[in-house]
Design a protein around this ligand. Structure first.
Ligand SMILES: [Zn+2]
Ligand SMILES: [Zn+2]
Length: 238
């Protein structure tokens, strides 16, 4: 590589020039990789500006790092005016290339800035959309949370009611058990019964028997005696 700041004029390349390059009469220069694209064609066209390069000296390959002998011999024998003219043209080419590079970099910079502006607009629109979506989702989440809290309150109320029912049921079962025990005691302790109770069976046709007999039998249907009160949830009176 040389210390030249010049780069290949092919926009898709822009590689820094090495030891060899190809110069065109339309003031463009290309790296060695793209030299063949100019020299191997029968009707070469400049890769930068499209100018037809038909003459023999329209495309010239140059050594960008000439040795001392070349420097000594290349302009030897020419008059100072010719030497100055050649040098002036060469310097003009060099200045043009520097400007060309500057213009390309400015164009590149403009393109990058436009891309950045587009990207910024896209990001702004995206952020705005995300904010709107986020607000919607937050509102949805708040509604779901409220519904959840209402359900929890409802379940807690139902649990409290269930607990009350369980307590009432337990109390009822205890009362039933107590009644059963009293009935059993009445059956096995005739001493505690009155003479009338001793004469009557526990479940004769005159009391519970009517309620467990066949309702289609005539004596059951015609029996209009009121049923005895059975203190399921109270205690027997002795
Ligand atoms: Zn190139
Ligand atoms: Zn050109």
């Amino acid at each position: 590589m040389t210390d030249t700041p010049l780069t290949c004029n092919l926009l898709s390349c822009r590689k820094k020039l090495g030891l060899e390059a190809c110069v065109t009469s339309c003031s463009h220069i290309f790296c060695s990789q793209h030299t063949s694209a100019l020299k191997d064609k029968k009707k070469p066209v400049c890769l930068a500006c499209g100018t037809q390069l038909n003459n023999e000296l329209d495309v010239v390959c140059v050594d960008l790092n000439p040795n001392e002998q070349y420097k000594t011999m290349i302009l030897t024998g020419l008059t100072p005016d010719q030497i100055m003219e050649i040098a002036t043209r060469a310097i003009g080419f060099y200045v043009y290339q520097l400007n060309y590079n500057c213009l390309n970099k400015e164009a590149l910079l403009r393109g990058t800035k436009e891309q950045m502006d587009d990207l910024k607009q896209y990001c702004t629109a995206l952020t705005s959309k995300f904010k709107t979506d986020l607000l919607k989702e937050q509102r949805k989440a708040a509604n779901i949370k409220q519904e959840l809290e209402d359900k929890i309150k409802e379940i807690e109320a139902q649990q409290q009611q269930l607990a009350q029912w369980k307590r009432a049921n337990k109390k009822l079962q205890m009362q039933v058990e107590s009644q059963k025990r009293e009935i059993v005691n009445l059956k096995i302790s005739p001493i505690n019964k009155t003479p009338e109770q001793l004469q009557k069976p526990m479940f004769s046709n005159n009391n519970f028997g009517n309620y467990f007999s066949n309702p289609f039998e005539s004596n059951s249907i015609n029996n209009t005696e009121a049923p005895p009160s059975f203190p399921l949830f109270g205690r027997f009176s002795h």
